[in-house]
Structure formats: C-alpha cells, structure tokens
Design a protein around this ligand. Structure first.
Ligand code: ZN
Length: 132
C-alpha cells in the first residue's frame, strides 16, 4: 500500500528531459545568442541543430526563421533556398524554463500552428555547413 500516492514513473520523467530531437543529447537552457541582426534566446546542439526559445510561444514563425538562419551560418539566401523536410527538419517542443523540462508540442495540420514555444532546426545532408 502506497502512503505517498502515485509517484511519477521514471519513463515519464525521461520524456520531459530536455533532449535534442535529432541526436537525443541533453541541451542547455536557452541563453541569449547574438546574431548580425539582433539576438534570440536559444542555443546550438553539438549535432549542429539550432534551437530558439520564445517564452510566449506566439512568435514561432519568427523564432523558426531565426533558428533556420542561424543554422545556415546567418546566410539568409541559403536559408530561403532550403526546402522543408528535404534540406532541413524542424521540431517543436513545449519548454518549461522553470525546471528545464520539455513536453511534446501538439502538432496541427499546419506546421506553423504548433503550440510549442521552442523550435529546433537541423540542416540535413549536404546542405549542412558544419559537422559532417
Ligand atoms: Zn543534437
């Protein structure tokens, strides 16, 4: 008999760990990253994936563009020439800054209407400038 009620299962806490969707490495809390045009809150994973955090979750289109451009080494021409799912992959998460955990973002049919507040962009294949 349990005196403390239901405890969180371990696989559940594993699900909320802040892992890169591409290489499954744990990522660091978002910090301010300076770019040529300004700055964003986010960071870069060792696999080359870039993430951008928007606390409000309301400017994910902008956050996505920041992530994509930064992943392209701030080469906006390159960023604009890339094709979704072919040249890059985007993943949305719900990030909780308070305890540095994530939960999967609900995906609607329109990928721009996800309810996440953190977007990961990974340049795929031979478009990748850094790494392999
Ligand atoms: Zn990664």
């Amino acid at each position: 008999m349990s005196r403390f009620g239901r405890r969180e299962r371990e696989d559940k806490s594993e699900l909320t760990r802040p892992r890169c969707p591409h290489c499954r490495e744990l990522f660091a809390p978002p910090r301010q990253v300076s770019t040529m045009l300004g700055f964003f809150d986010g960071g870069k994973c060792s696999c080359g994936a870039v993430f951008v955090y928007d606390a409000s979750g309301k400017n994910m289109g902008e956050a996505f563009m920041d992530a994509l451009a930064y992943a392209c080494g701030e080469d906006w021409d390159m960023a604009k020439s890339l094709e979704a799912s072919v040249d890059y992959k985007e993943d949305y998460l719900n990030y909780r800054e308070l305890n540095h955990t994530v939960s999967p973002a609900h995906r609607s049919d329109n990928p721009r209407e996800t309810c996440g507040n953190l977007v990961f962009v990974k340049i795929l294949g031979n478009k990748a400038k850094n790494g392999e």
